[in-house]
Design a protein around this ligand. Structure first.
Ligand SMILES: *Cc1c(COP(=O)(O)O)cnc(C)c1O
Length: 412
């Protein structure tokens, strides 16, 4: 009989979102009247329609495909030149960051990129993740056999967890021990925290000293409002030698359903071979794309390109302001609650510390039962999230305002 990948059996059953669904269903079954009032502030998905500039570009691209003279079949696996150029030029070179077009790799999502990058990295690396954490970083390392088993709390043997606490601004500093790969996510899902320039400088110095690679997830870059918060890891001198950046059109352009993202992998980044020689990673990533991927659809790439047009930029700015105004409404509602409130300034997530002694699930039940609002329990993202909860600003304005009124009225 064929063997399966037994590392998959170490995965903790996807617990967080199924458990939320189960509890919401129990509540709405018992309270059919309240079901209609339910507001979901638990989702990490956008709610507002796709920009007009994107839709027009996609319609035009479909029509091009309908004519023999402009029809296109397979494109370059790494992305169409027009999109790689638009990304490198607008997101990097215009900001003084030296990134070449062929250091951009266009994909169908950052989730996939964060997972696929492990293909070109070896086994035996020491891996650090933030806690609480975007579960993809952990689970993909489990699947690749980079960890041992998990304990009751879901903590995997062999991973280095970097606790995100109020004391470190929910953005951990460098560890005392040596690690080889570090996942950093800023602006952060779930805490809404951002890495300051100084914190990123510490990490880049650490990476240089320890020959480590930083895997920098900047999916929420568009939500940064503070002028002195870096928008890219490459704003930090030396990052070109040690950092891979993951960016996505999901949260800025509303592409969660359309699917398009990219990685930046500078040619300067090196790793060691088994025999100890240093060699560049870029050719391996390039080779991986050629072999395992046939590119994002032409229509989608034309849609993504349109996000960089003047109309597209304006629409992205409007989408971001819409969600950030929701974040302001929800944050202010929570500020009056007496609880300690974080995030929601440079990210569409608000991170709240519950009353002392309450678990995240107890808080979840209270908010569901008393305010008919669905939030996300912090403990679902890692043990350091226990006692916290996340409120998402991805919603209509009407829902955010109503959720704000109800949250402000809750007695803790
Ligand atoms: C939403 C999100 C992404 C984007 O994923 P896509 O696959 O591009 O939709 C990446 N990282 C984090 C932490 C996210 O929350």
């Amino acid at each position: 009989m064929a063997h399966l990948n037994s590392h998959y059996l170490k995965l903790k059953a996807g617990y967080l979102f199924p458990e939320i669904t189960r509890r919401v269903k129990t509540f709405t079954d018992a309270n059919p009247d309240a079901a209609a009032r339910l507001i979901r502030c638990g989702i990490g998905d956008v709610t507002e329609p796709l920009p007009v500039a994107v839709r027009e570009a996609m319609h035009k691209a479909v029509d091009e495909l309908g004519v023999r003279e402009t029809f296109r079949g397979y494109g370059p696996e790494q992305g169409q030149e027009f999109l790689r150029h638009a990304i490198a030029e607008n997101d990097y070179r215009k900001r003084g960051l030296e990134i070449a077009d062929d250091e951009i790799f266009v994909s169908d999502g950052s989730k996939c990129d964060c997972a696929n990058i492990l293909d070109i990295l070896g086994v035996g690396n020491r891996i650090a993740v933030m806690d609480p954490v975007y579960p993809v970083y952990v689970d993909t390392n489990v699947m690749a056999g980079h960890t041992g088993g998990a304990n009751e709390a879901g903590v995997y043997e062999g991973l280095v967890y970097l606790p995100c606490t109020e004391a470190n601004g929910f953005m951990p500093g460098v560890p005392d021990e040596k690690v080889d790969l570090v996942y950093l996510c800023s602006p952060n899902n779930p805490t809404g925290a951002v890495a300051t320039r100084q914190r990123l400088e510490e990490w880049v110095r650490y990476a240089a000293d320890n020959e480590a690679i930083l895997l920098y997830d900047a999916a929420y870059e568009a939500y940064i409002t503070d002028a002195d918060v870096p928008r890219s890891i490459y704003e930090i001198p030396g990052a070109r030698d040690c950092a891979i950046e993951f960016r996505s059109f999901s949260k800025n352009g509303g592409f969660t359903g359309v699917r398009c993202a990219f990685t930046v992998l500078p040619k300067a980044i090196q790793c060691r071979t088994e025999s100890g020689e240093k060699t560049a990673l870029h050719p391996l990533w390039n080779r991986r794309f050629s072999t395992k991927f046939n590119g994002v659809s032409y229509v989608t790439q034309r849609g993504a390109e349109a996000l960089y047009s003047s109309e597209g930029r304006k629409e992205v700015a409007d989408l971001v302001s819409h969600y950030m105004e929701n974040a302001r409404i929800l944050r202010e509602a929570m500020n009056g609650s007496g609880l300690t409130v974080f995030g929601g300034v440079n990210a569409p997530y608000i991170w709240v510390q519950g009353p002392k002694g309450s678990t995240s699930w107890e808080i979840f039940d209270k908010v569901l039962n008393e305010a008919h609002i669905v939030i996300t329990p912090g403990s679902g993202f890692g043990s350091a999230g226990e006692g916290y909860f996340r409120i998402s600003a991805f919603n209509s304005r009407a829902n955010a305002e109503e959720a704000g009124r109800r949250l402000a009225a809750l007695k803790w």
